[in-house]
Ligand binder design. Structure first.
Ligand code: F6R
Length: 261
């Protein structure tokens, strides 16, 4: 795991955008894995800003896969993850909606939605770079604590805490769906490069457990320790509880320029 302690969320956005742009420049038909929530928004805005300024790569040939989706919202609901990703990122990058995939939460599609989504990802050749956030309880995508470390895309029940955390996007917590379709931890581990971003003190404990604690289903994000290419971008507050913080900073400062992230 490459832990990169940075000064601010704005700095994590710049480094995340550099990483994604490098992937797309190297492979114009790259496959991007996209997360929702507040954390990736500064990075998404930075990517859109660069493209609008004419310095970003073309995303015309890119394919995207959303990490998860609510179950139970009407199709096209503005808080569905499909609508959110279009609004916050892909429309701004000129990626057409038919290049953006998400798990199918329709009542008819639900049985078998996980298997179909896995097949689509495989058909696309797998995910080149996967954006990830982390829940205050250590969840990764919507694999809540206790999820199998080998899990595949499937329906999950959100914890009361996660529904409360996500209530800010709705008029009340009662409107937050109980269920989601989420890529499993085993699915996420198959992406070639995992990009975990965390900001704010509310994430500090979860980050420390995920990065320095034991690998355990009690902290689903700890499964990242098993992946050979993970970049963890942290602002100061999110990094504050790491025991090896000084070392991570030394490693990043001494990183050979040719190596890249
Ligand atoms: C979102 C997702 C979640 C969030 C996590 C953090 O697609 O899968 O795991 O990344 O809940 O959410 P924020 O970024 O809003 O703190």
């Amino acid at each position: 795991m490459e832990v990169v302690p940075l000064a601010s969320a704005a700095e994590t956005a710049v480094v995340a955008a550099d990483i994604v742009e490098a992937v797309v420049r190297r492979k114009p038909a790259a496959v991007l894995g996209l997360a929702t929530g507040s954390t990736p928004l500064p990075a998404y805005r930075e990517l859109i800003r660069r493209r609008a300024a004419g310095t970003g790569p073309s995303y015309a040939a890119v394919t995207c896969f959303n990490l998860d989706e609510y179950v139970g919202l009407p199709a096209g609901h503005e808080q569905s993850y499909r609508a959110t990703i279009a609004r916050e990122l892909t429309d701004g990058l000129g990626i057409s909606p038919d290049q953006v995939n998400g798990p199918d939460p329709s009542p008819d599609g639900l049985p078998g939605a996980g298997e179909r989504y896995e097949a689509l990802i495989a058909q696309a050749g797998g995910i080149d770079v996967q954006f990830l956030g982390i829940g205050a309880d250590g969840h990764l995508a919507f694999n809540e604590p206790g999820s199998s470390l080998a899990s595949r895309t499937r329906i999950k029940t959100l914890t009361t805490q996660t529904r409360k955390d996500n209530a800010r996007f709705f008029s009340s917590v009662d409107e937050v769906p109980n269920h989601v379709l989420t890529q499993g931890l085993g699915t996420i581990l198959e992406a070639r490069h995992l990009l975990l971003i965390a900001s704010g003190e509310g994430k500090a404990a979860a980050v420390a457990t995920a990065v320095e604690g034991p690998v355990s289903a009690s902290c689903p994000a700890s499964v990242l320790q098993l992946h050979p290419h993970v970049t963890v971008l942290l602002d100061q507050a999110a990094a504050a509880r790491l025991d090896r913080l000084a070392y991570y900073s030394e490693v990043y400062a001494a990183k050979p320029a040719w190596q890249g992230l």
